[in-house]
Design a protein around this ligand. Sequence first.
Ligand code: ADP
Ligand code: MG
Length: 238
Amino acid sequence: MASITLKKLSKAYGALTVIPDLSLEIRDTEFVVLVGPSGCGKSTLLRVLAGLEPISGGELYIGNDLVNDVQPSKRDIAMVFQDYALYPHMTVRQNMSFALEMRNVPKAEITEQVDRAAALLDITKFLERRPKALSGGQRQRVAMGRAIVRNPRVFLFDEPLSNLDAKLRAQVRAEIKALSDQLKTTMVFVTHDQVEAMTMADRIVVLKDGVIQQVGTPEEVYNQPVNEFVGGFIGSPA
Ligand code: ADP
Ligand code: MG
């Protein structure tokens, strides 16, 4: 079953068309990695999926539901940003509980959800700390925890590892991949790092100027690039 379907989707900011005409189907539980040079529209596409930006044309479905005009909180999607955007004045537990409190989830259930996500991410011992008392990797995990407690159908990641050093990046990369196997949710992961794309993706989507150049497994994209752009982009060092 399709998890996300884009039909002739377009997005412009005023006179600037960032995504002219994009069609793509992302399957349930699939791990899709979106790559492309800076400015090609990766973040825009995620923001559109999350409902943080209105689309300019076309259709966007989550499951079978047309969500063109559905607000972000009703989309069953959680987004993990590059800068984490944790609430500095709240503890880790409060950061993770907040979205559920907004939805009036009963207190006992919130505690249970947060404890479960914290155990999964190995951050139980940090639950009463504030973000500034955490390392970058730990903050990254809290950001993921905040998304997990919402139990979304789709996770969107916008270059979540780019602020981490190389060693930690490899570790968190493996953790996210393991998590996706465990949770069996759809993941759309944006990166400009070819190694991340090659190691994490079920399918890679290569974007240039808001236009899909190629969609395929890492092997297909690496071994049979459809054009020079894809070959150069995937083959070059990060
Ligand atoms: P990427 O994430 O691939 O680096 P973005 O989606 O951030 O690319 O940006 C794509 C293009 O859209 C860029 O030219 C950028 O300057 C422009 N853009 C992004 N956000 C906005 C905005 N809110 N208003 C106007 N232009 C924007
Ligand atoms: Mg971006």
